[in-house]
Design a protein around this ligand. Structure first.
Ligand SMILES: Cc1cc2nc3c(=O)[nH]c(=O)nc-3n(C[C@H](O)[C@H](O)[C@H](O)COP(=O)(O)OP(=O)(O)OC[C@H]3O[C@@H](n4cnc5c(N)ncnc54)[C@H](O)[C@@H]3O)c2cc1C
Length: 408
């Protein structure tokens, strides 16, 4: 087995390569549903792949570099001044690709993972449904067996970036005669196949990257099943683990980061300076609080990540970092608006320096406690599965799903 490259050497090699191969980072980063941005991300990802810097923590046999999270962290730090395909991090690299890696067949891994790392396949999640996303196991999109194929009918919603994606991890009900968790199957399906209609949804912040999909007799070959038939909950649980880890800021599969996230501590200092409040003791105290929260968050990500990695904690403990991240972002967003005050609402939104951007980010504030499972559901998981407190009452426990009362 060849020796693993020391992180310091890797960092220097990455620094040289980045300087020669990637353009400087743009002023601001938005995920506003622009198709040209996705195409640009694919091109940049291909460049990383050709340069030997794609999928740093993915195994070499599936097109990755087979290195450690410390190598990935070094690369991300070095990449901050450069333009990176950041929109591929979530959910393609952080959630869907590791789920395929953990739960897919050898053929699925060999077909999809190298294509993902070359920027040729973008992946999305078809989990949430119009009837509700928190009770994921209660979903009603159905797949019925028809000879060697499955016929999919139903609807999914809030799928980030589905319009620009190639494949989706879609959880569907395949057995109605067993309790809800036992009758689900995960499908790795083409997003733009016959019978799939995609509608885009405009959000209050102007972005229309959310989608709703309608499935009308979509034919899926048997090879689309990821994991076992009726074993979809095990796949979804692994997917949710990767999602919570990613939402908590602890995914080893993310590559690159926004140089400055609006509301981050550096931004708060900058905001206070530009609005002439850096000397105000109350503002200084607020910034100190946000800074402490960020420091605790970073320590928590490392500590929980290591504990899950060593088996000292269950994967469900990823809900701790997911919840803490939501609290931390909420605090930073609230403080940013408090500092920007009226200019956050009335100011110019363009560019990362526009004060109006603070108000636009505030509108998006709540998404941080909803995406990837809500903060309330994270608290439920922590209380029941991490702390071992009594489980919430559920009227549908052990009841065949066919007999469970459904709302309209
Ligand atoms: C930015 C963003 C990106 C997203 N991307 C995707 C995606 O790519 N793919 C996808 O499938 N979904 C995606 N979602 C959807 C997300 O997973 C759901 O919004 C989330 O799981 C909550 O589901 P819901 O919106 O249907 O709310 P509901 O499940 O209807 O819940 C409504 C409220 O009730 C609370 N609640 C529900 N049940 C309980 C309970 N048992 N105990 C306590 N409180 C409870 C919830 O916390 C919430 O506040 C995304 C959402 C956002 C905001």
């Amino acid at each position: 087995m060849s020796e693993i490259e020391p992180v310091g050497d890797f960092r220097m090699r990455a620094r040289r390569w980045l300087k020669e191969n990637l353009p400087p980072a743009p002023e601001s980063f938005t995920l506003d549903g622009d198709e040209a941005m996705w195409e640009r991300a694919r091109v940049l990802q291909r460049r990383l792949y050709d340069g030997g810097f794609a999928g740093i923590c993915f195994p070499a046999e599936y097109g990755g570099q087979g290195l450690t999270r410390l190598h990935q962290r070094a690369f991300t730090e070095e990449s901050l001044p450069y333009e990176m395909p950041l929109m591929l991090n979530m959910p393609t690299f952080g959630i869907c690709a590791p789920t395929i890696l953990d739960m897919g067949s050898e053929e699925q891994k060999r077909t999809h993972l190298p294509a993902v790392l070359r920027g040729e396949e973008i992946l999305v999640q078809f989990l949430s449904e119009p009837r509700g996303g928190s009770d994921l196991a209660g979903l009603t999109t159905r797949a019925e067996r028809d000879g060697d194929t499955w016929i999919l009918n139903g609807s999914k919603i809030w799928s980030s970036g589905a319009y620009a994606a190639d494949y989706a991890l879609c959880l569907a009900r395949t057995d109605w005669d067993v309790p809800k968790h036992q009758g689900l199957t995960m499908f790795l399906m083409p997003v733009h196949g016959p019978g799939v209609t995609i509608k885009r949804i405009r959000q209050t912040n102007g972005s229309d990257e959310f989608c709703q999909e309608f499935f009308d007799d979509v034919v899926l070959p048997a090879e689309c099943v990821l994991g076992e038939v009726n074993g979809g909950w095990a796949v979804a649980s692994r997917q949710l683990y990767h999602e919570r880890t990613a939402m908590g800021g602890g995914s080893p599969y993310f590559s690159g980061a926004r140089p400055r996230i609006a509301g981050e501590v550096a931004d708060l200092v900058d905001l206070a300076q530009r609005t002439g409040q850096l000397g105000d003791p109350r503002v200084r105290e607020d910034i100190g609080e946000a800074r402490s929260m960020r420091l605790v968050e970073q320590q928590l990500v490392d500590r929980v990540g290591q504990a899950i990695g060593s088996g000292a904690m269950e994967p469900s403990a990823s809900s701790i970092i997911r919840l803490f991240r939501a609290e931390s972002v909420w605090l930073q967003t609230d403080l940013a608006l408090r500092i920007a005050a009226a200019a956050g609402v009335t100011g110019d939104r363009d560019g990362s320096q526009g004060l109006g951007r603070v108000g636009a980010d505030y509108i998006y504030r709540q998404a941080n406690g909803i995406a990837g499972g809500s903060a309330e559901m994270a608290r439920n998981v922590i209380s029941e599965r991490v702390l071992g407190m009594p489980r919430e009452y559920a009227a549908d426990r052990d009841v065949p799903f066919r007999d469970v009362k459904q709302g309209r």
